[in-house]
Write a protein that binds this ligand. Sequence first.
Ligand code: NDP
Ligand code: MG
Length: 383
Amino acid sequence: MKKISLLGATGSIGTQTLDIIKEHPDQFELVAMSVGKNIAKAREIAEEFKPLVLSVQEKEDAEKLMSVLTSKTKVYWGEEGIVEAACQHDADIVVNAVLGSVGLYPTLQAIEAGKTIAIANKETLVTAGHIVMDAARKHGVSLLPVDSEHSAIFQALQGERKENIEKLIITASGGSFRDRTREELVGVTVEEALNHPNWSMGAKITIDSASMMNKGLEVIEAHWLFDIEYDKIDVVLHRESIIHSMVQYHDTSVIAQLGTPDMRTAIQYALTYPTRLPRTQAKKLDLVEIGKLHFEKMNYHRFRCLAFAFDAGKVGGSMPTVLNAANEAAVAAFLNGQISFLQIEDLIEKAMQEHELIQLPELDAIRQIDRETRLNVHRFINE
Ligand code: NDP
Ligand code: MG
């Protein structure tokens, strides 16, 4: 029986993690969970799974839940609460499915507590990859990828030697606007941007997919997870999302992982690694039915955010923190109807241009740069 702490239980990845726990009730048990503001759903989950610990974002919500919950769940709130959930002493594995760089601190605390981390929360690795990876090495903790591309690469690396890798090839579906020119992006609506062709995901990552920032964040995520230089990471457009990513070795062999676009398979692999469990409720891949797979070269002028991410990653230091925080702030502003879709790129570019780089920033510096960058983005919007 593996005991799971699930951060971000009410989200898209969170809910699909609960599906996997339900698919294998004899294998997994939910012992702790955290949510943001969706209290109604938090209550439902807590009553169904009866975790020992539940954390919410706001104190008032914690108090409300304490008065209505019938299970023996202890309720916490705020940053301390999420850390309480992340470090719950019974938990064997923490699934980090929180959205954004708020996931950083609880991840570091869970690593210190010696928990295995299944990481979906890519912003944590983008904003402070060097700190997270150092902490994991120091405490002998594994970081298991949940993101489908990284799960694919991780699977393609099993039993292989790092020195034989020629490059990682990350596939990109292209998001909701893949067939539009830059001119055709002027005036696109939030609704259109949220309409992803292949995957059903949370709002922020769906916008990131449309802007191609998601792929940019994934490039940085891959750099940290697999300790690979940026020159050895390629991105190709693959509209079917069947090949989830590949590793090319120096003997020219390419090992890919394929499957239907279903995040639950990647989530389950992180939970069962190094073994596998059958998936009873998933659609199996039928390549004959699909018939054809397509691949196209990425256009870095069309998808500027991907170019920004490579730049930020190569510059290193505090630049990826700025890239991530500016993107989080800009996407939130787009979702709130404050800015246009193309302004997301302009705001990120401006935040990166203004930033005075710090090499090897410590945790406090990262948290401060994250806050300042968000303020800067709001200042640019109001200028
Ligand atoms: P969602 O927006 O669907 O869910 C986010 C979760 O985080 C919710 O439980 C939300 O709580 C919680 N949350 C948000 N803000 C805070 C906060 N300030 N404090 C505490 N909790 C908070 O996101 P997704 O599930 O789509 O994505 C989660 C992560 O996984 C992201 O990093 C994303 O990039 C990554 N990912 C997602 C994929 C997908 O298919 N969705 C695929 C690969 C990676 P509440 O709703 O209660 O407010
Ligand atoms: Mg992905």
